[in-house]
Design a protein around this ligand. Structure first.
Ligand SMILES: [Zn+2]
Length: 322
């Protein structure tokens, strides 16, 4: 039988005791593993978008499927640089999303689902986009508009941009107010398409970031969707404007009005008269310039009608937009 000197016995006790504790902890952990298995790994998120190839400069839908008993409580995310706002729609969470008109090939997005047990799962997406069929036109405009704006005009335009940007921020902070019932603000001819590239006096290049609808001074302009009146103002280029906040990031704007029929804070429904066609601001004649934005991303207004599944009342009809 081997005996230990007192010094050796002491050294032995020094590591035997911790070892015993370690074994006990491991045994307890193993017992716990058997008794309470950790939650199963989360299945991959089922994310789809509609249409399958969103178009440059158009709105599209992002859907996060909620499988039965999956425990998915909510979804969040971002696409094309804008925050998504999901709401329950059947067996999915659904959000509008924009493809910036300058996007080429793909846009980046991510989606996060929150589960009832407190866990979250994030999925990164690279969404392929289809090039939009945008035209290019040369315009000759009066020297006042063709030459660079003076300091006073520049300051005014900056102020106008800041006010519009505030409406966009407010829309991201407002719960969804719009419903799928969306209407054309005027039942009239399209006089200038959204997205057309413009060359002023052969030098300045820009895009027409709204849809022009024909009208005579005084003709009625309708709210395109449910929302609240966010801004009633007079802008240098856009003239008399009304901006509507539809919540969930969505806004619409109505430019060059001769008269505004609503006040800030008013609640409007799709089809509520909000103003009258005019020729205020930078225009050559009366018409309505209609703007739709998701956050600060301006999109083809009629892509909203297409997604809402509503036929445009205008002669062009829904689904033929560019
Ligand atoms: Zn226009």
């Amino acid at each position: 039988m081997k005996t230990f000197s007192p010094r050796e016995a002491s050294r032995r006790r020094a590591w035997v005791a911790p070892l015993t504790v370690t074994v006990a902890v491991l045994a307890a952990a193993a017992f716990n593993l058997v008794r309470r298995p950790p939650p199963a790994p989360l299945p991959p998120l089922e994310v789809e978008w509609v249409p399958t190839q969103p178009v440059q400069g158009h709105l599209f839908l992002v859907r996060v499927h909620i499988p039965p008993a999956s425990g998915i409580l909510s979804a969040a995310g971002e696409a094309g640089g804008e925050t998504l706002h999901f709401h329950a729609a059947g067996s999915s969470f659904e959000s509008l999303a924009p493809v910036p008109i300058g996007a080429t090939d793909t846009i980046d997005a991510w989606v996060e689902a929150a589960y009832a047990d407190g866990r979250t799962e994030t999925d990164s997406l690279r969404i392929p986009v289809l090039a939009g069929a945008y035209e290019h036109e040369r315009l000759t405009v009066s020297p006042r508009f063709g030459s660079p704006p003076n300091a006073e005009d520049q300051a005014r335009m900056q102020r106008d941009r800041e006010k519009a940007a505030q409406v966009s921020r407010d829309a991201h902070a407002t719960p969804r107010l719009w419903s799928p019932h969306v209407v054309m603000p005027r039942d009239s001819r399209v006089t200038s398409q959204f997205g057309t590239g413009r060359e002023f006096n052969g030098r300045i290049s820009s895009r027409h970031m709204g849809l022009d609808l024909a009208g005579a001074v005084g003709d009625t302009v309708l709210a395109a969707a449910d929302g609240v009146v966010a801004l009633v103002d007079s802008f240098l280029l856009a003239g008399n404007i009304v901006y509507l906040n539809h919540g969930g990031g969505l806004i619409s704007g109505y430019f060059h009005l001769s008269e505004q029929l609503v006040e800030e804070g008013d609640t409007v429904g799709a089809g509520t008269p909000i103003g009258r066609v005019g020729a205020t601001g930078r225009v050559t004649g009366p018409h309505l310039h209609w703007v739709v934005r998701y956050g600060s991303t301006t999109v083809a207004p009629r892509s909203l009608l297409t997604l809402a599944g509503v036929r445009a009342a205008g002669r062009q009809g829904a689904g033929q937009y560019r």
